[in-house]
Design a protein around this ligand. Structure first.
Ligand SMILES: [Mn+2]
Length: 365
């Protein structure tokens, strides 16, 4: 790793976070056998943080394992220096690791229902929660290192490793980079803050390969993902006057359930329609319910909207799980969304496009 001689312009942990960093660090550094977990249908932030922390804890002499409520996504397996770091939650090895664990680290969620079947496996273990979501109604206890201002949980993991002085292995650096890359939508959402860019810049200066990682994450889609996208786009409905658009994930594609990693990002398509303030994606779950994803341009607080349906998340990106098949819930959710757009100041709002007129003109050239 390059030596850090020029500190000017580099990322620094915000002052208000330093105490929480210290408390979390104390717990993590004392651990030898940690269980690292994240939310159902792990994303790049959740697993990027897991790999980053696991590599760092192993370099410090620990033997942490990754145990998730749903499968570790194939898309992100390339981040793992050793496949054996991940234990399947229903395996004897995972049960044994949990029985022997001295710490549980919950990443990228702080809510009990979001860790699914891992909850009973870690409930007797001392816990650290590291998360950047708004707190919800069923918080996981223990040491809390949470900041909704962080661009990704990866930013908070960066704070921890930074405060400990490393070691900065390739796996730790790549994991944090992928966490921030994916949670900021490739540095294009409003959470692509100066901190997100500074951390990315520091990681690149230290040897992270942005082109290579971007290609691994976004440039190697299996054919089935594009076939799923094609079928999902066929379901697109746009209510231009209300500023709402929605899609349904086809629940069967050649007889198999679509993978969470293939569904990831689909909700951006209804949101991307001109004049649309809120994009919705409906997906049937295995137990016959519906997962709803909400994406907003920012005019509508979709965290508040998702809460109407027992969910939550961020102001611009949230989700909810409801009972009933998509066909039965769509009209009610769309109607609530229309009302939320109206309440937020009518439609179309001045924010109806991501681009300013100048940006749009520049792009159209
Ligand atoms: Mn996240």
């Amino acid at each position: 790793m390059a030596e850090r001689q020029n500190l000017q312009g580099r990322y620094g942990t915000p002052i208000h976070r330093k105490r929480a960093v210290r408390e979390a660090l104390d717990a993590l550094q004392g651990s030898r056998r940690a269980i690292l977990t994240t939310h159902l249908n792990a994303d790049g932030d959740g697993v990027g943080c897991q790999v980053a922390l696991a590599a760092w804890m192993r370099a410090l002499g620990g033997r942490p394992h990754i145990v998730n409520p749903t499968a570790f996504p194939d898309l992100f397996r390339f981040l793992l220096p050793e496949k054996g770091w991940v234990l399947e939650a229903s395996s004897a090895a995972a049960r044994e690791a949990c029985a022997e664990a001295d710490l549980a680290v919950v990443l990228d969620t702080g809510e009990m229902p979001r860790i699914g079947r891992v909850k009973p496996m870690i409930e007797d273990i001392r816990t650290v929660v590291i998360d950047h979501h708004q707190p919800g109604g069923q918080p996981i206890g223990g040491t809390s290192f949470r900041d909704a201002n962080a661009c990704a949980t990866g930013e908070l993991v960066y704070d921890l490793v930074l405060a400990s002085g490393g070691p900065w292995s390739r796996a730790t650096q790549d994991g944090i980079y992928v966490a921030i890359l994916t949670d900021t939508g490739s540095f294009r959402f409003s959470n692509a803050t100066p901190s997100a860019h500074r951390i990315a810049a520091d990681l690149i200066a230290d040897g992270v390969d942005p082109e290579g990682l971007h290609r691994r994450v976004y440039g190697a889609a299996p054919e089935r993902r594009l076939r799923l996208l094609a079928k999902a786009l066929n379901t697109l409905e746009v209510d231009a006057t209300a500023g709402v658009a929605w899609m349904v994930v086809p629940h069967q594609l050649e007889g198999t359930e679509p993978l969470a990693e293939d569904v990831e990002g689909l909700v951006d398509y209804p949101r991307s329609v001109e004049g649309v303030e809120v994009g919705l994606l409906f997906r049937r779950t295995a137990n016959g319910g519906t997962k709803i994803s909400f994406r907003s341009t920012g005019a509508v607080d979709v965290n508040a909207l998702a809460r109407l349906f027992g969910g939550g998340g961020h102001v611009k990106a949230s989700g909810a799980l409801v009972e009933g098949l998509p066909a039965d819930v769509i009209s009610g959710v769309v109607e609530a969304t229309r009302r939320a757009v109206r309440a937020a100041g009518g439609y179309p709002s001045p924010h109806s496009s991501l681009d300013s007129p100048q940006e749009k003109a520049a792009r159209d050239e």
